[in-house]
Design a protein around this ligand. Structure first.
Ligand code: FES
Length: 57
C-alpha cells in the first residue's frame, strides 16, 4: 500500500530500507527517499512502519 501518496512510496519500500539499509528512524529514512517532503501527512504512518519492522525482526 502507498504510505506517501505525494511521492509514491509504499510500506514495502520502507520495510526494505529498514531491513536492507539499516534505517532506524524517520530522519534516516528521509535521507534515503523524499517521504514527507510535500504534505507531510505520511510521516506518522511511516514512523509506525519503521518501529513495527524493527520489532518484527
Ligand atoms: Fe507523503 Fe504527502 S503523503 S508528503
Amino acid at each position: 500500500m502507498y504510505v506517501c501518496l505525494c511521492k509514491g512510496i509504499t510500506d514495502k519500500d520502507i520495510k526494505e530500507a529498514v531491513r536492507a539499509q539499516g534505517v532506524g528512524s524517520l530522519r534516516e529514512l528521509k535521507q534515503l527517499m523524499p517521504l514527507g517532503s510535500q504534505c507531510g501527512t505520511c510521516t506518522k504512518v511511516a514512523q509506525k512502519i519503521i518501529d513495527d519492522t524493527i520489532i518484527d525482526d
